[in-house]
Structure formats: C-alpha cells, structure tokens
Design a protein around this ligand. Sequence first.
Ligand code: PXL
Length: 281
Amino acid sequence: MQKQKRVVTIQDISCFGKCSLTVALPILSAMGLGCAIIPTAVLSTHTGGFKGWTFRDLTEDIPAVSAHWQKEGLQFDGLYTGYLGSPAQAALICNFIKDFRPELVFVDPAMADNGKLYAGFTDEIIPAMTALCAMADMVVPNITEASLMTGIPYRAPGEYDEAYIKEQLQALVKMGAKQAAITGVRYIGSDRQGIVSLNGDTGEYVEYHTENLPVSCHGTGDVYASTMFGAMIRGKTVVQSLKIAADYTVSTIRATMGDESHWYGVRFEDCIPDLIRDLGL
Ligand code: PXL
C-alpha cells in the first residue's frame, strides 16, 4: 500500500473568520495529505475587519511540541508556515527545520497586504520573516510582503511591469530561498491577475494569469498557499501547482461574490470537489 504523505503546518488558529489553520487543515486533508499542526497563536477572529479580538501567544509551545515529536521519531515530507504569533517564532521554526529536515519547506510570510503590515505586527516581524524565508525551498509573498523583505519600494497592483516583478523575485532568491513566487501580480494595463515564480537554481521563470475579479476577499492568500503547497507535495510541478491553486482560489471568490453575510472570508468549502477533480484524485 502506498504511504500517505505527511505534512505539518505552523500558523495561527483564528477561531472564527476562515483563514490560516481553519483553511489549511481542511484543504490539505481534502488533497489527501496527513496534516499535523503547530498553532502559533489562538485568536478569537482574524484581524482583518473584526475589532477587539483575543490573542494568546503560543511561542513557548513550539520548542515543546518539537522536542516531544523528536522523542517520538516523527518525520514530515513537508512543512508549510504562515502567520506567526511573534517575531521570535521565526528562529524557533528555523530550529524545527534543522531538526526535522522536511523535503519541502514552504513559507508564506503572511504579515502584510495592500502596502502595510497587518494590525498587530510591528516592524520586528520583517527581519524575522526574512530569516525564515532564507531557509525555504519555496516562498510565496504577495507584493507588499516581498517589498518589505527586499527593500525594493512597494508599488500597488496595476502600477508595475514585468521587470519590477523579476527584480523582486531575484532579490528574494538572492536572500536564500531556493524558489520564490509572488502572488496577486497585475501588470500595468492588464485586466488579469496571476503568480510569477523564479527558480533560483535554474533561473527559470514560470507564471500563470487568470481573470482579475473586482473584489478582494480575506483569507485568499491562505487558500492559495495551502493549495499550492498541497499540489507540490502531491508531486505536481511548480507551474501545475500555480495553476491548480489560482483556479481554486478564483473559484472560491466566485462562490462568495454576492453573499454579503460572508464578508470575513471565502466559501472555500463549496469548491473542494473542483479542487479534487483538478488534482486528478
Ligand atoms: O490571512 C492571513 C492572516 C492570518 N491570521 C490572522 C490574520 C491574517 C490576516 O489578517 O489576521 C490572525
């Protein structure tokens, strides 16, 4: 019998709001992966649109869980990290990577969007995330996160060309990541949105663009990253993974458009059958 691939994802639990672990776990499970988790923090909601959320930092639990897992001899095919509870967690995750050596280290430096850091973070998160990205096989920042890490000034979607994105990608791989993919890319004069990726070893760029829907929904970065990671672990190439993740993310936005009661996240559950079909499971 074929062994099930086993992955671990390290990010927060936003108890309500559909992002981070409440998105990653169902998506990765639906993709046929065994998924372990290490929560970085527990929040009552995500921080994008709610007010007065609770926040419990779980920094201390990361080395404790890791030490126990090492005693148990657990191993993982892949690691996917997202939103952190504190800058100090980045170094703890670097230790986790050295201890467990997962085959694919996938880092979403989830810390910012629309030109600014998420509420709740200070500038200290930037060098911490940059150091974590340096250990990754694949990093998937949006353009805000890329510019915070590379120091190349931020330009909003629709206000840059291909050369600007290539410069950002080159800077990201120079900082240590083996491959980088920038999400939410929209070139000047284009009505399409996509992902552009650079393999730092081969110098090869691949990209995938799809329709640019006239709405922005919370949590889609997490839907995208979870799916792309899952597809890569399932053995898809980078370009196949970009496409599967982008098509699924677009379908989740479509499924949510017009449903005012769902302002806080996307109805990703409705589209899971399409994802499974696209994956060929
Ligand atoms: O989707 C990224 C994310 C994850 N976790 C929390 C967030 C956000 C974005 O705002 O607030 C708690």
